[in-house]
Design a protein around this ligand. Structure first.
Ligand code: SF4
Length: 326
């Protein structure tokens, strides 16, 4: 990989569980438990997994919207995790987030113009005389009319509101955007429009994306590489074609087996996972996936698999696969 724009190293977010009158800590919910990956400039890395696997927490911990428990995040070689609040605010200009629910992330008391003016004022990016023109250009960039600046968020549809959320992220001319389930609250027909808009913006502006989603088809469409999360850890990471055509981790294989195939003549053998996702406060020993894995051996209960290379640009956390590749 060329020099990474973003490096995430052994990132953890553990929430203490307190009990009793004195609030003693009796355990931890390991929402993110040692996640590492890199994203090159201009690349889109998709981060997928079932809900509760820790992907949203990972995105927020990278931006320090929630403080990580440990680990490191480097943005252009700058250590994000140790920055003081003043320096962090300045850096946030370059690292923006698009939220799943555009409506709750937009201030309902401000017009769209007011919403877009805020980041411009905070980061001193446009003086008063040029602000309206700047806002009109932002709205045009995301496919909205400049007249939208005078209206309020509730006057727009879900897809239009997500366009406003994207315009707000673009206002500060970021290099990295963390898109946290940006289309999952939208109708399927609108989802494609927003995904296409993000791709066009990436081509025009050279943006880098961490695209978080549970919908494997959407992630396949937009990502160059894909990482699969399970119980707070990455279990497989590879370029898109490898991951979708030759998944190696049994969890990835099961997830992909449930994606509908567009051609009804093609049949896919659906892999039904045993049981439910375990409680992240009580992660199984050894391989966290072993209670649900049909390939599990007695070793899987004892040995914690590491995310290791099994091929060029293909890493898997499964002791069977890494033994076979060795
Ligand atoms: Fe399954 Fe064992 Fe591989 Fe875990 S390490 S995914 S339990 S085969």
């Amino acid at each position: 990989m060329s020099q990474a724009l973003l490096k995430v190293q052994n990132l953890k977010k553990h929430y203490p569980i307190s009990q009793g009158l004195l609030g003693q800590t009796t355990g931890h919910v390991k929402a993110v438990d040692g996640v590492s990956f890199e994203i090159a400039p201009g690349e889109t890395l998709g981060l997928v997994g079932e809900s509760g696997c820790g992907k949203t927490t990972t995105g927020r911990a990278i931006l320090r919207l929630i403080e990580p428990t440990s680990g490191d995040v480097l943005f252009k070689s700058q250590h994000v995790t140790t920055l003081n609040q003043t320096k962090l605010r300045k850096l946030r200009r370059h690292m923006q987030i698009i939220f799943q629910d555009p409506y709750s992330s937009l201030n309902p008391r401000l017009t769209v113009g007011g919403i877009l003016a805020e980041p411009l004022k905070i980061h001193k990016l446009a003086d008063k005389s040029s602000r309206s023109e700047h806002i009109a250009n932002l709205l045009k960039t995301v496919g909205l009319s400049p007249d939208a600046a005078r209206r309020y968020p509730h006057e727009f549809s879900g897809g239009q509101r997500q366009r406003i959320g994207i315009a707000r992220a673009l206002a500060v001319e970021p290099e990295l955007i963390i898109a946290d389930e940006p289309v999952s609250a939208l109708d399927v027909s609108i989802q494609a429009q927003i995904v296409n808009l993000l791709q066009d913006l990436q081509a025009q502006l050279g943006l880098t994306f961490l695209f978080i989603a549970h919908d494997l088809s959407v992630v396949r469409h937009i990502s160059q590489r894909v990482a699969v999360m399970y119980l707070g850890r990455i279990v497989e990471i590879a370029d898109r074609e490898t991951l979708y055509n030759n998944p190696q981790h049994p969890y990835t294989q099961a997830l992909l087996s449930s994606v509908p195939v567009p051609d009804p003549r093609l049949k896919r053998n659906r892999i039904i996972l045993k049981g439910d996702v375990p409680n992240p406060a009580n992660v199984p020993s050894g391989c966290p996936f072993h209670p649900r894995c049909s390939d599990a051996t007695p070793d899987c209960k004892q040995i914690e698999p590491q995310l290791l290379d099994i091929d060029t640009n293909h890493r898997v956390a499964c002791i069977l696969k890494t033994e076979q590749a060795a």
